[in-house]
Design a protein around this ligand. Sequence first.
Ligand SMILES: [Zn+2]
Ligand SMILES: [Zn+2]
Length: 125
Amino acid sequence: MNTTTLASITRLNPVSRTLPVLLAMEDDAEDVGRLSPDDRMTCHVHGRWIHQCVASPMHVNPITRHRWCRSCAIALTVSVDELSGIVTMSCPGCGHGESAASDRLIVACQASLAAARAQAAARVA
Ligand SMILES: [Zn+2]
Ligand SMILES: [Zn+2]
C-alpha cells in the first residue's frame, strides 16, 4: 500500500479513518519512529482499537508496568465506560497500583474510545 497516498486521502477526509486504515497508519508511523507504541490508538497484535483489547492478558507487562501493580505483583483490572468515555485501571489487591506506563495506556484507551465513537457517528450520519 502506498503510504503517501493513504496519508493524503485521510488528511482530506478524516472520516475515512476506519480502524484498518488507522491501524496501517499507526504501524507505518511506528516503523519509522514517529509514534511510540504507548501512544497507539490501535493494537497491532489484536487488530482492534486499544480500548477493546486492553483487558487481554497480553497487555500486562510486569517489566514496563503496563497494567501491573508492583506491590501486589498482579495485573490491574481495566474498566472501560463506553458511555462516558472514561477508562480506569486499578489493582484488585490494593486498589491502587498506578504507574506512568499505565497512565499512558489509559490516555491511549480514551483516545481510541473517542476515535471509535467518532467513526460510529460518521457512519450513522
Ligand atoms: Zn491488543
Ligand atoms: Zn496492588
